[in-house]
Ligand binder design. Sequence first.
Ligand SMILES: Cc1cc2nc3c(=O)[nH]c(=O)nc-3n(C[C@H](O)[C@H](O)[C@H](O)COP(=O)(O)OP(=O)(O)OC[C@H]3O[C@@H](n4cnc5c(N)ncnc54)[C@H](O)[C@@H]3O)c2cc1C
Length: 430
Amino acid sequence: MSSNPHVIVIGGGSTGCGIARDLSMRGVDVTLVEQGNLTHGTTGRMHGLLHSGGRYAVADQASAKECMIENRILRDIADHCVEETGGLFVKRPEDSEEYFQKKLEGCKECDIPAEVLSGEEAREMEPYLAKDVEKAIRVPDGAVDPFRLCVANAASAEEHGARIETHAPVVDVLKEGDEVVGVEVEHESGPGKRVHREPGTREEIRGDYVVNATGAWAGEIGEMAGLEKEIEVRPGKGVMTIMNTRQVDTVINRCKPKGDADIVVPHETTCILGTTDVEVDDPEDYPEEQWEVDLMIDTLSELVPIVEEARTIRSFWGVRPLYEPPGTGTSDSTDITRDFFLLDHSERDSVENFTSIVGGKFTTYRMMGEDISDHVCDKLGVDAECRTDEVPLPGSEDFSVLRDYMDEFGIRSPIGRRSAQRLGSRTDEC
Ligand SMILES: Cc1cc2nc3c(=O)[nH]c(=O)nc-3n(C[C@H](O)[C@H](O)[C@H](O)COP(=O)(O)OP(=O)(O)OC[C@H]3O[C@@H](n4cnc5c(N)ncnc54)[C@H](O)[C@@H]3O)c2cc1C
């Protein structure tokens, strides 16, 4: 192994960019390769909720605790990507009182600040809330811009010496015997100001360790590495519908055990309704159906009635990279844990220098990066501490720094763009 180990991270979503930042801040040489642009995968197709953990406080407390820890950290290191909207879990007359109490108790158990409001108090905060909402639990949910946050992580990694190679799909995982020794990518052209290699050319990138952070695509990379056991990611698609105005200023969650269409997240000048969870076979190819959009409007107008009259701008779908350990066998994908897992392929498949990270949430990307960086540093004998929880991300002090990086990568935040269309020069578009 070289004196300064070289780690290849596959995947330019929040997880891969978070890992690249963490490792490069520890002095490791990093190359991140992404098949499309940054945020090409699920990260560019999510709801933008900075979870307080309240949604998981009853059924998935491990995830709930992680979300609250990371929520606090992200408000600190990435306040330019986060809006502290707060959140409400609202109870309608037909919703169970017993569940409301369980939610409150669960929040306390998971260290999530939670306060009960009467229906009147909730409507004072949110005048468009339905008149029959009886009460609510206030939690520190927020709104987060995944485009800005992902680019900020990649930019920070680059500032610490990482090579970020977008539009470079991995077409093969290179092996010598049972050891992974690198990847082969095929270069493509891309938008933005970055200089890419000649489109159509292939490059072998050799490294001491390879991290598979490809989310819903993790199984494909596993196959390229010749793993005998499949990486069984269970992709679950969800729809989100963007409304024409910001009908609420607070994240509104329905306080019920589980179900589709139970959350409205305000983003800049819009609101986004969500969502569904339907297991699909292929993360690139699945039906986008009108019934899903209709369900959003019909069900969420029970919480915020003016949604029924409002205009929708567009709907989009994303695929959750859910994973559960073999043998768990959860039949309903909405019950699969939102926790994350490291698959050490040395232990699992006798393939060396290769680990996959699967599952998790956008909100917990930094913690995922820390865990896998600890693991990789341990393997490579690197003695360096994680600092991503205390060092602010690029653009925190001077927003134009992040705007320049967004331009360079050719990424525009649809959220920021919509704001700019409405507010003109009063907004910081990027
Ligand atoms: C509908 C929906 C709503 C959600 N809402 C929220 C929310 O509000 N809050 C929250 O915290 N989480 C939310 N999530 C979960 C969250 O979006 C994901 O957990 C997170 O974005 C996953 O990031 P990732 O980097 O692991 O995966 P991805 O963002 O999918 O990144 C993986 C990357 O790997 C790349 N890749 C794949 N194959 C190759 C290859 N051969 N070569 C190179 N690159 C490759 C892909 O192009 C992709 O960019 C939501 C998910 C969905 C589906």
